[in-house]
Design a protein around this ligand. Structure first.
Ligand code: FAD
Length: 311
């Protein structure tokens, strides 16, 4: 049988490729100095969904392996990673974009994502373990709570999926656990789980023109500067219809569409308050050369224990 999977993906600043001044003087992040990328572990989550689909497909019986929807909550530019997900094998993509999402902490983010996921009612929800910018690893578990489904975090291997049961191996730091549970389930997937497949050339040709309505509107406004507002809206509607027919319209949902209670979204839904931001510059004060031998390392460890740096 095929499974209905939802994969949550986040566009994040590439913290490994800093190209300018990362922090603004007011302590906020200068996003322009960091290229935006697909959150790495979300690629592992997508790959696991693709493996589930591959495992459950039966081409001899003309049966596909289910359906994969990728969802991202973010600004209009996040459509870029949704296209990337379509290139890699996702069937459908949804962007939740709404000014009223701004300033959402993890609680508000997971609430908004839960409202969207409930509209799809999937068998399996897959998240990355952690986003490389927020770094909290809270969204997956919070989302499972809000959906009222079983959660398995730190999944490092998909072992079996059969009928309505899934078996995975999860990392517990100093070992692993094998867990079997009935669907529906939410998994958070680690970078060790798999090697994400590359974008397929054929799919890139097919989906390179996939757009959200907001992207279309922006392109149409750039190309038609002299036309009336009414005509621009007509053009956007017409172009959206054409793309939808070809299966190239990336769905765009707002908070009204997903039926979100606004008091749980954005700033009002976010109990986390940032009181102070401090830039910490780590500077080496002193250094010591360690002789690269067993004795040298042993002496260093004894010194660290004596100085109570390690126990
Ligand atoms: P994690 O919990 O580490 O992510 C785990 C997994 O959850 C990811 O791998 C992914 O699969 C999924 N996931 C996480 N976020 C998303 C998403 N957006 N869409 C789809 N899947 C997702 N951020 C802003 O962009 N704008 C703001 O104005 C803003 N204001 C904030 C204000 C406060 C007070 C705080 C505390 C945070 C704010 N943030 C803002 C950051 C925002 O809360 C986090 O980016 C977001 O909640 C995700 O948390 P995380 O990055 O720690 O994700």
């Amino acid at each position: 049988m095929g499974y209905n999977c939802v994969v949550l993906v986040k566009q994040v600043p590439d913290t490994k490729r800093i190209t300018g001044k990362v922090m603004n003087d007011d302590g906020t992040v200068n996003r322009a100095a960091l290229p935006a990328i697909f959150n790495p572990e979300d690629l592992n989550a997508l790959e696991m969904a693709l493996q589930i689909k591959d495992k459950s497909a039966c081409p001899e019986q003309g049966r596909g392996g289910g359906h994969i929807t990728v969802i991202s909550m973010g600004p209009p530019g996040a459509a870029k990673i949704l296209r990337d997900a379509l290139f890699r094998g996702a069937d459908d993509a949804i962007l939740i974009t709404d000014q009223r999402c701004a300033a959402s902490d993890t609680l508000a983010t997971s609430y908004i994502l839960a409202c969207a996921v409930k509209k799809i009612a999937p068998d399996i929800v897959l998240c990355g373990r952690q986003a490389i910018d927020g770094d909290t690893a809270q969204v997956g578990p919070q989302l499972a709570e809000k959906l009222g489904v079983t959660q398995i975090t730190y999944v490092e291997e998909l072992l079996e999926i059969k009928d309505k049961t899934i078996t995975v191996r999860r990392n517990i730091g100093n070992g692993w656990q094998q867990i079997r549970t009935r669907l529906p389930v939410l998994l958070t997937v680690t970078s060790d789980a798999n090697e994400p497949r590359a974008a397929a050339a054929k799919r890139m040709m097919k989906y390179k023109n996939a757009r959200t309505a907001v992207e279309l509107e922006r392109e149409i406004r750039i190309q038609n500067t002299e036309v009336s507002e009414e005509y621009t809206k007509e053009l956007v509607e017409k172009k959206c219809g054409e793309l939808k027919e070809k299966g190239l319209l990336i769905k765009q949902w707002d908070l009204d569409y997903i039926g979100a209670d606004l008091t749980w979204c954005g700033r009002s839904g976010s109990p986390t308050k940032v009181h102070r931001i401090q830039s910490v510059v780590l500077a080496a004060k002193e250094s010591k050369k360690v002789v690269p031998s067993d004795e040298g390392i042993s002496n260093m460890i004894h010194e660290l224990i004596e100085d109570k740096i390690i126990a």
